[in-house]
Ligand binder design. Structure first.
Ligand SMILES: [Zn+2]
Length: 481
């Protein structure tokens, strides 16, 4: 055995002596336990494991070993605008990206955003991200998106989208088909979905795009239940036409009726909850309280770094807070007192790991069990006063830990971060790309436009009725008539 920060490709790996959260069915917690990785998979989890000759050892003492986290909805291209829209509402986001400035992004700008977002993800222990990539105005943009994802040693799912065209249009081109056959090759590290929204227009203009997804055999992910944009009409159309399937991922699902939740539950789909986004942008109240009641599976997501950071610690923390906040508020409005919280810390850790795996149909990810792919995280920070005592490991992950505590990250058996440092990642090159993108956008918008963009006015358009330019449909369900 060797204790070193140099890891050879294919070398067996042992994380020794940690508090292990396998996130299996039993929710057991193992203390002083080892996790052995051989040939890219979890070989064993337990105490005092025998290891093969030449195994690299990482000391996990005083740390927590858990599955890599999975984000099921992140617009990675928008990371090039990190923090720019911190004070936006959803309406202002639509104005800036959908109606005005989203079309300024060139393929190299999508590359820059994706590259930085991908690096940010693995650094934070998010080993799988669904890149909800709706800035793909041309196939060149899509190639750039994939090039960036494939240059970073994380696991990604390209959810192909394009807010500048009707879904029926961009999914129907020969260039799109050619892209799919060239770039989506069954690579274990790169999954594929179609990403588009359903406005609720009774003409159902999105139907041909669903048919393409069905023909290609790929899941659809859709922003559903977004106040001001998508609502029950869209769910009903999808259901009536048989396009609600178990692999469909409904993002937000925050402003839907019980009828829509029943349809999602009955067809086996799952909801990607972006609590920080819902709280701040206005899609509706973070819906875990309702989704739990309907027995719909949940995964977590961060949505976009144009507002928030791309780590799932904040997603777990804020989801627990929002769920409990509503539970207390509702009880107190009735003169009651909540004595035991319904949503517990182990549940949000499960949503951040196995919940994501399940949403993506990846039963080989999301838990530390023999035979599963070795995507895992060691949370450990000897220099942090917050690292001890470690009394409630799930609570520690959800409420105490943060991205700076991510000590080691392993994806498919490969060490991509160790001792708090990324391994084999050129952050300087990513910074250079981002600088060029910011320069391009800033000079295109002009200094005044750039500053105004942080608090844009709503133009005299239909944006308050729906942000999609391919239909004039106005939904009473999202605008009170
Ligand atoms: Zn989104």
């Amino acid at each position: 055995m060797s204790q070193s920060s140099e890891f050879r490709p294919g070398q067996p790996l042992l994380l020794r002596g940690g508090t292990v959260l396998p996130m299996d069915e039993t929710r057991q917690v193992l203390t002083g336990a080892d996790v052995l990785v051989v040939d890219g998979r979890i070989a064993a989890v337990g105490h005092d494991l025998e290891v093969p000759e030449g195994t690299a050892v990482i000391d996990a003492t005083d740390g927590i070993v858990m599955p890599g986290m999975i984000d099921t909805h992140r617009h990675m291209w928008q990371t090039a605008m990190r923090g720019y829209g911190a004070d936006w509402t959803l309406t202002q986001y639509f104005v800036w990206y959908y109606l005005e400035s989203g079309k300024l992004f060139r393929p190299e700008d999508v590359h820059a955003g994706n590259l930085l977002a991908a690096i940010e993800a693995i650094d934070a222990g998010v080993t799988t991200v669904v890149d909800w990539s709706h800035g793909l105005q041309t196939v060149d943009h899509a190639d750039a998106a994939v090039d960036a994802l494939q240059s970073v040693p994380g696991r990604f799912v390209l959810a192909y989208g394009n807010i500048q065209q009707p879904p029926a249009e961009w999914t129907g081109t020969p260039e799109f088909r050619d892209f799919v056959s060239r770039r989506i090759t069954g690579d274990d590290m790169l999954g594929f979905q179609l990403a588009f929204d359903v406005t609720g227009d009774p003409a159902f203009p999105e139907k041909p795009a669903f048919e393409v997804a069905r023909e290609l055999g790929v899941p659809v992910t859709t922003h559903a239940g977004v106040w001001g944009a998508t609502g029950d009409d869209g769910i009903r159309l999808m259901h009536d036409h048989g396009f609600m399937t178990p692999e469909t991922v409904y993002v937000h699902a925050a402003s839907l009726s019980a009828d829509s939740y029943h349809r999602i539950a009955a067809t086996g789909g799952s909801v990607s909850v972006s609590t920080e986004s819902e709280q701040s942008a206005g899609q509706g109240y973070p819906p875990t309280w309702a989704i739990r009641a309907h027995g719909i599976p949940v995964s977590l997501s961060m949505d976009t770094s144009v507002w928030w950071s791309g780590d799932l610690f904040s997603a777990m923390r804020t989801t627990l807070g929002a769920d409990r906040s509503r539970e207390h508020l509702q009880a107190q409005a009735n003169g009651d007192t909540v004595t035991h919280a319904s949503l517990r810390a182990d549940q949000v850790v499960a949503w951040a790991t196995r919940g994501g795996a399940s949403a993506l149909g990846r039963d080989d990810l999301g838990s530390l069990e023999p035979g599963k792919k070795a995507d895992l995280v060691l949370i450990k920070n000897e220099h942090s006063p917050v690292s001890f005592p470690l009394l409630n490991p799930y609570g520690h992950v959800a409420f105490q830990a943060q991205r700076g505590d991510v000590h080691t990250v392993v994806v498919g058996g490969r060490v991509v971060k160790h001792d708090h440092r990324l391994v084999g990642v050129d952050l300087a090159a990513a910074r250079h790309e981002i600088e060029r993108t910011v320069e391009h956008l800033r000079s295109s918008l002009g200094e005044e436009g750039w500053l105004k963009g942080m608090n844009p006015d709503v133009p005299e358009t239909k944006v308050l009725d729906n942000p999609y330019t391919y239909t004039d449909y106005r939904s009473g369900s999202t605008h009170g008539g």
